[in-house]
Design a protein around this ligand. Sequence first.
Ligand SMILES: Nc1ncnc2c1ncn2[C@@H]1O[C@H](COP(=O)(O)OS(=O)(=O)O)[C@@H](OP(=O)(O)O)[C@H]1O
Length: 620
Amino acid sequence: MGRGMRWSPINKSRGKYFSLPSPAAESPPPSPGAIELPTINGGDDEEYEVYAVHASHRSKIRTVAAISVAVSFILPLIVTGVVHSAKSKNESNANGGVDFPSHVLLGNGFGGNINDSLLVKSEDFSPPYDTRKDFRNELGKVPPYWEKIELVVNSPNVFSSITSWGPCYRPSSKEISIDWLEQVHHETPYRFSNDQIVYPQASKVGDGSVPQSHFYAGDDDLVKNQNLSGLCRPGFLIIGQAKCGTSSLYHYLTGHPRVLPASQKQLDYFKYLSFKPMEWYLSNFPSIQTFLARGAIMTGESSPSYFPYPEVPHLIHERTRMGSQINTASRVSHPKIIAIVRDPISRAMSSYKYNYVDPAMKMLLKRPNDPKVKAAMSNIAEGMTESYYRENHLFSFEDLVRAEISVLQQCLKPGGVAEQMSRRKYGPPNGIYADAYIDSALPLVNADEFCYGESVSDSVPLSQWAYLIRQNPDKVIIGLDYHLISSIVGRSLYSLFLNWWYAKFSDDDIHVVCTEELHFHPAKAMLNVSLFLGLPEFDFSNVTAEGMYNVGFHQGYDTITSWDDIQNEAEAENDTDDRDFANIGYDVNLSDELRDELVDFFQPYNEALFRLTGKTCQWY
Ligand SMILES: Nc1ncnc2c1ncn2[C@@H]1O[C@H](COP(=O)(O)OS(=O)(=O)O)[C@@H](OP(=O)(O)O)[C@H]1O
C-alpha cells in the first residue's frame, strides 16, 4: 500500500469519504536553507553537493525592494489609505455599510489618487438621494470606495480629480455624461446569474479597433499609448500550478458575493497574449456598471500558464506596477498572487493522464492527418480498442517519470546546466532578474526551459525520450504539448518556480494554498484566501459543497462534478478504501517502489517550498 492520501469512510459529513493523511513524521531541521538533490534508481549515481538557498539573501533583496516600494508606492498609499480608512469607518457607522480595514483599499489597488481636500469635502457631502440604497447590492451593502461615484454623479466638476472608481480606471470624459444610476438599474439589473455580467470587450477593444501594429509595438508603447478609461482591473491572479485545482479555486472564489468572474477563467494574457495591449486584457473584466450593480469589490482570473515561466512575474510586475505610465489611475498595487500546490506525485499523475494519455489516445483513435503524428503512428494498427492502444502503444507513468528524472538529476546539479543558463539569461548585468542575483547563491533556476533538450526527429520530439523510444519502438509520444509531457515531474518542483515569484513580489502579496486543504477543508481554505485578499468574511460552505471542477475525465475548467458523483465513481472503480483522489477516472499504476523513490526525490524541493512560503502542506 502506498503512502498517499487514502479514501476511507471517515468524513461523511458532506457526503465525502476522504480521510486526512496521517501527519508527516517530524523531520530533522534542515541544514540552513539547503536543497540536497537525491538520486533515484536508474539515474546518475554521482553524489551531489548541497544546493544552497540562503535565507540571508532573500532578506537582502527584500530590503532593497522594500525601500524602493516604500518610496514609490507605500508612502502615497498610506496617505490615501489613512484618509480612506477614517472615511469608510465614518460612513460605515452612519450608513450601515461594510466596515473595511484600510488594507482592503490599499492592498488591492483601490486607493486611487484622491486629493485630501476632496475627501474632506466628501465627508460633509449629502447627495439629494440615498446613494447607499441606489448602489446597494443584494446584501444591502455598498463598498465604501464606490462613494466617489456619488461625488461624480452629483458634482461632475470633481470628475477630473478622481482617477480611480473602485477597482476601475476613471471613465473617459465622454462617459461621464452617462447617467450612472440609469445604467445600474436598467442595463445590468443585479442578479446572481453571470449571464448579466457585462464585459466591455466587444464595444471597447478586441474587435479589430486596436490597430494591428499596436499589438506588436514595444513594451513601452503597449503601456503608454492606450486608453484604459472605464476598464476594471484584477485584484487577484491565480497563477497555478496546473493540475492542482486552479479551476475549483477560481470558481469557489468567484462564488463570493463581492467577487466577479473574468470573461473566462483562464485568460493566459501574461504568458501567451502579452503582445496585445493591456487594454485588451482589462476588457475581459466586468464593466463598472456590473461592479456597481453587484456591489462587487474585486475581480480576477486564473491562468496556470503563469506559474512556470520567470518572464511572467516580471511582466505582471511591470505592467501593473504603481506609477507606470499606463495612466495616473495605475497608482495602485499589483494584483495579489494566489498559488496552489498539490502533493507532487498526485499532480504528476494527473498531468500524465491529462497531458499524455488523453490526447495521445484521442490521436490513436482518430488518426489525424498531421504528418508528424502520422509518422509517429506509421507502425500502429488502426481501428483497435482503447485498452489495446494503452497496453501496447503508450508509455507507462513509470517509463516517462524515470526518463525525466534522469534528465533532471543531471540538469539540476548545483552549478549545472539549468543554473548556469538561468544566470546567463536572467542575471546580471542586464537580465530581468539582475537585482535578484545580488547573492549568487540564490537558486533561481528555470528547469522548464533548460532541462528538457531539443527535438531529435518527428518521431522523437525531445532528446529526453530518445533512449526510451529506441528501447520501445512500438510505443509513441504524441500529443499537443510536448513541453508538458516532458515535465510531468519537473512541474511538481514548486519551489523552483515560486522562487521567481518571490523575487518579484513581496511575501505579503503571495498566498499559497495546498490542494489538500481545498479538498478536506474547502470552506476554511477559501475563507483564508478571502481574508488574504481583504474581502469581507463569507461562509463558502454552500459554494464548495457543490463539488469539484475539472476532475479526472470530466475535464473542463468550468465543469463541476458533484461530491457524490466523485465518490460513486471512485467506489465503482475501486471497491477498496485504498484510493488516491489523483486516480479518479483512470488508473495510473504506481508501484510502491517508485512511490518511495519519488517521495525521496521531491522531499528536498518540498522542504524548500515550505521554507520559502512559510506554509507546510501535509504530503506523505
Ligand atoms: N477541490 C478540490 N480538491 C482537490 N483536488 C481538486 C479539487 N478540485 C479539482 N481538483 C483536481 O485538480 C485537478 C484539476 O486541476 P486544475 O483545474 O488546476 O487543472 S488545469 O491545469 O486548469 O487543467 C484534477 O485532478 P485529477 O482529477 O487528478 O486530474 C481535479 O480532480
